[in-house]
Ligand binder design. Structure first.
Ligand SMILES: [Zn+2]
Length: 412
């Protein structure tokens, strides 16, 4: 598509499966691109960017082909750009973007409220087209979300049962998401990780910006950071860790595109996470993944996460690990570190009837449907679990004074 005055919007599509990056996160790079254009000597006149957006699938080093697309809105171009210049321009912008992206996990900035607090809901294991009480849980989330004036929602994965999405035009996206979480209070970003059931479908489709065109709330990436000044959420793609999905997939197909080989993917992810945690100066560090680390319910602990991920969390003073996968609500305290484990996987089908204790301290376990809220200030964290009727089942608070931890339980 050529530059021209009549066609001011020029789109470089370097890969079809791009991801819409939230506006504003890379605005700092605008100056670099302007400088590049000034230095390049390209046969173009003054170019004014009215809008510049970056879109990327993944910024994980384990992804062999980094995919970007860049759209430029050009207000004024005084000369026709030659074909060669266009190629040079796109290649140079690509290399600039690759160098930016390789440095870190993708990062989203989400502002705090004016009073310095942040309130969110956490839900997992939900996408069943409203069945298994998904709609009832959604209704209560809407009420609690309004009371707390939530800033966003975190989804701990298994977003679409049984086998993820079949493509970007899979009606399950609307039937299990847009048509279910309709309350006004839930019209906020949904920062979302993938679960093992999502990997059984078309993962590239679930990561695609085409879904954001259908429902702009749905922000799903493999691994990324949401930063809100006092807190950083590190969302981690845990499915590739679990060896049985690779070796004994049974009747299921797992979509390992952009993931295999497993070892490289995992080691790069752990390194990126470790670097990001070390660099974080947030008061609260919260890691989110789909799979359990510690759980007394059906799936129990995930051995690969205890072996590889847990040491990174403990070493870097992570406060909470939040997950789904087991279809219940749980709070477990580590007995040899300040780390707290929270399971919020009660978005639909539940009631497994399994209880297998482990050596860490079980604070709360509810083998049914529900969800979790989290309110944070610089010094305090308040966590509440709710059931399918919106009743508060359990409250837990923690204060940090001079980086010390003072837990204060209140079971109901
Ligand atoms: Zn799962």
């Amino acid at each position: 598509m050529p530059f021209s005055k009549s066609n001011p919007r020029v789109k470089y599509t370097l890969e079809p499966n791009d991801f819409n990056f939230p506006t504003g996160t890379l605005t700092g790079q605008m100056a670099e691109i302007r400088n590049f254009l000034n230095r390049s000597g390209l046969p173009v006149g003054p170019i004014w960017f009215s809008h510049l957006s970056f879109n990327l699938v993944s910024v994980n080093k384990s992804t062999p082909s980094l995919c970007f697309f860049l759209s430029l809105s050009v207000q004024t171009i005084t000369k026709q750009v030659s074909a060669m210049a266009k190629v040079l321009l796109s290649l140079s912008l690509l290399s600039l973007l690759v160098s930016i992206a390789l440095a870190d996990l993708a990062r989203i900035e989400h502002p705090l409220k004016n009073d310095g607090s942040l309130s969110i809901l956490v839900i997992g294991d939900w996408g069943r087209k409203g069945t298994y009480n998904q709609s009832l849980v959604a209704e209560q989330m809407g009420k609690v979300g309004k009371e707390l004036n939530i800033d966003f929602v975190i989804s701990t994965g298994d977003n679409f049962y049984e086998n993820g999405l079949t493509g970007v035009d899979d009606k399950a996206f609307e039937q299990s998401f847009s048509d279910i979480y309709t309350a006004e209070s839930l019209q906020k970003p949904w920062y979302t990780v993938l679960g093992n059931h999502d990997y059984r479908g078309d993962v590239i489709a679930q990561l695609s910006p085409a879904l954001q065109k259908l429902d702009s709330r749905f922000i799903c990436m493999r691994s990324f950071i949401v930063n809100s000044e006092i807190v950083e959420f590190f969302l981690v793609d845990t499915t590739p860790f679990v060896m049985k999905y690779w070796t004994t997939p049974e009747d299921s197909h797992y979509d390992w595109r952009d993931v295999e080989p497993r070892n490289t993917y995992i080691s790069n992810l752990l390194q990126d996470l470790n670097n990001a945690l070390q660099a974080s100066s947030a008061n609260w560090k919260i890691v989110v993944g789909h799979h359990t680390m510690r759980s007394v319910s059906e799936h129990g602990d995930t051995a690969e996460l205890l072996q590889y991920l847990l040491p990174v969390l403990k070493k870097n003073g992570v406060d909470f690990y939040v997950n789904g996968h087991d279809h219940c609500l749980e709070h477990i305290s580590s007995t040899d570190s300040p780390l707290q484990y929270f399971t919020s996987g009660g978005g639909s089908k539940a009631w497994r009837g399994t209880y297998i204790p482990n050596s860490d301290k079980l604070q709360f376990f509810y083998d049914g449907q529900g969800f979790m809220s989290l309110k944070l200030t610089k010094s305090d964290a308040d966590i509440v679990f709710y059931d399918v009727a919106g009743r508060e089942l359990y409250k837990w608070s923690m204060a940090k004074i001079n980086q010390g931890h003072l837990p204060c339980n209140e079971a109901m």
